[in-house]
Ligand binder design. Structure first.
Ligand SMILES: Cc1cc2nc3c(=O)[nH]c(=O)nc-3n(C[C@H](O)[C@H](O)[C@H](O)COP(=O)(O)OP(=O)(O)OC[C@H]3O[C@@H](n4cnc5c(N)ncnc54)[C@H](O)[C@@H]3O)c2cc1C
Length: 498
């Protein structure tokens, strides 16, 4: 049986930070757009336009990633008539279409909310773990999670069907109609043209706060000091790898015994130093560029023997921005060329990769951070460092502030056993009474988002949004007036221990 493991391939100019990285130096230069202040979102005024009403629902969730799918499934389970609008034809967002796997742990005990526990069970039920003989098939939550991305999309689709959620695949949000402090409708582009979705509550889980921006909610983007967003990556998979042979290669050439000894779901960064010269030799020979070796990493994938997920290439942050349309688009072509060079280099120089080839390219650019809303509560690094708890908390995490590229004085990790909580008010906004925001675009500073952006936390935020939306509708309360603590304990997905 082939072992599952990760190859900590390379690092350059990154400081090791307790298993995570932070760039050592603030880089000069400018991203190709105005820095700092959020650029206004171009809007078309549809309020006087006759558009067909596609759906009239209780809850409209836009974006079917980790956060949005959780929100829709839970709202549906709680009896709300729910639609989930997704521009792709598979759910999961970055966690499936962005090839971002495995899932990171929260490092906080007791962080698994009921939705995550349920998802864990369903994924184990797919028979993936027995197939690979993995003893600890932790999927999500407190432990780092290995999963098969395609099974995750199937599972999400099934969960939506069970919860009677209407999924509107292949539909892109293109606008919103706001009336009297509420979103009345969102406008979607489908194969049939433009259409309206009317709802009582809207949940923005687009990752880019797009619905919020269309509705005029204040947003932020990038680091406070530089205005630069976190760097993006364009991830890919390679198949046909003799994983054991590759593992031996790293063990023998670089004395990397560490990852061999770890359980299959574990991965680590600490030994990268040892592989640095190896990749630099590729730059010297002209096979690779300096950009190509900025950040290289690979993980085995559960359910896909002989295939590895490449957490690279990282797109040069001074050249590409996740909040500029042309730049984002150009980064795809640039990233594809980087992928080809890296893959060729792996095949030529890493034993075990001789017959390997690229077998999948992400269909969603790996955007770590773009726009974040400024909600009723605005999370900051202080919440993290003070391990702040809230009576109205919806989940907990201790995942570090994981910033690529920008140097900030944020290297301290929480004490073992400490965690901070995310308050309900970080999911609602002052300006609109029926809008909720969940996932990586929830309300918080650049540094705060660098911690709460990981998949399990996005899920728990989405779950809470789904519960609150259904509860608010049932009780005739506006979501931004609701207090999470007023929902009976047994109906909440998370109750703060204070
Ligand atoms: C390179 C990289 C590596 C990472 N590594 C890890 C990791 O190892 N482990 C981990 O746990 N986390 C990791 N993260 C973070 C994590 O994957 C994401 O932050 C998280 O998945 C975000 O979930 P989300 O639901 O908020 O957003 P997304 O997953 O981005 O979902 C947003 C959804 O909205 C849809 N959408 C967007 N706009 C529209 C529109 N106009 N109309 C309709 N639909 C729309 C998208 O198609 C997508 O499905 C990584 C992120 C990146 C980029």
């Amino acid at each position: 049986m082939e072992p599952l493991f990760s190859i900590p391939i390379s690092r350059r100019d990154f400081m090791k930070l307790a298993g995570l990285t932070m760039a050592g130096a603030a880089l000069g230069g400018a991203v190709p757009e105005a820095e700092g202040a959020a650029a206004p979102t171009p809007k078309a005024d549809f309020s006087q336009t006759e558009l067909p009403v596609l759906l009239d629902v209780d809850v409209c969730v836009v974006g079917g990633g980790s956060a949005g799918t959780a929100a829709a499934v839970v709202a549906g389970r709680r009896g709300a008539k729910t639609v989930l609008v997704e521009r792709n034809i598979a759910l999961g967002g970055l966690s499936t279409q962005g090839c971002v796997y495995p899932c990171m742990p929260t490092f906080a005990y007791g962080s698994d909310t009921p939705y995550i526990t349920d998802l864990n069970k369903r994924m184990e039920g797919q028979g993936i773990a027995p197939l690979l003989g993995v003893e600890t098939p932790t999927f999500y939550g407190g432990g780092a999670g290995q999963y098969s991305p395609d099974y995750l999309s199937y599972t999400y689709d099934e969960m939506c069907a069970e919860a009677e959620v209407e999924i509107l695949y292949n539909a892109s949000l293109v606008g919103a109609i706001v009336e009297e402090g509420k979103i009345r409708s969102c406008i979607v582009q489908t194969v049939a043209g433009l259409g309206l979705i009317n709802a009582k509550v809207f949940i923005d889980a687009t990752g880019d706060a797009l619905l919020s921006r269309f509705a005029g909610v204040p947003v932020e983007k990038g680091a406070e000091k530089t205005g630069r967003n976190q760097p993006m990556s364009l991830r890919f998979e390679m198949s046909g790898i003799d994983v054991q042979r590759a593992h031996r290669f790293f063990k023998e050439e670089f004395k990397d015994t560490w990852s061999l000894e770890q359980p299959s779901y574990f991965f680590e960064f600490a030994k990268w130093k040892k592989t640095e010269d190896f990749f630099k030799s590729g730059v010297k020979s002209g096979e690779l560029t300096e950009d190509d070796i900025l950040y290289i990493q690979a993980f085995a994938i559960i359910g896909k023997p002989g295939t590895m997920s490449m957490n690279c290439p990282e797109l040069p942050p001074l050249r590409f921005s996740s909040t500029d349309a042309l730049s984002l688009s150009r980064s795809v072509s640039f990233g594809m060329r980087m992928q080809r060079r890296l893959a060729d280099f792996f095949v030529k120089h890493i034993k075990g990769f001789e017959k390997a080839q690229i077998s999948r390219m992400a269909s969603q650019v790996g955007v770590r951070e773009s726009w974040r809303v400024k909600g009723k509560y605005y999370m900051t690094a202080d919440d993290y460092f003070k391990a702040r708890h809230f009576p109205g908390a919806v989940c907990r995490t201790a995942y570090p502030i994981d910033i690529h590229d920008v140097a900030l004085d944020l290297q301290k990790k929480l004490k073992k056993g400490d965690y901070y909580e995310i308050p309900y008010d970080a999911l609602v906004v002052n300006e609109l009474s029926n809008l909720m925001v969940a996932g990586r675009c929830a309300s918080g500073s650049f540094a705060a988002q660098a911690s709460f952006r990981i998949q399990p936390t996005c899920m728990s935020m989405g779950e809470a949004a789904g519960i609150a939306a259904a509860w608010a509708i049932d009780h005739g309360i506006e979501v931004n007036a609701l207090r999470w603590e007023d929902i009976p304990r047994e109906q909440r997905s998370y109750v703060s221990e204070g």
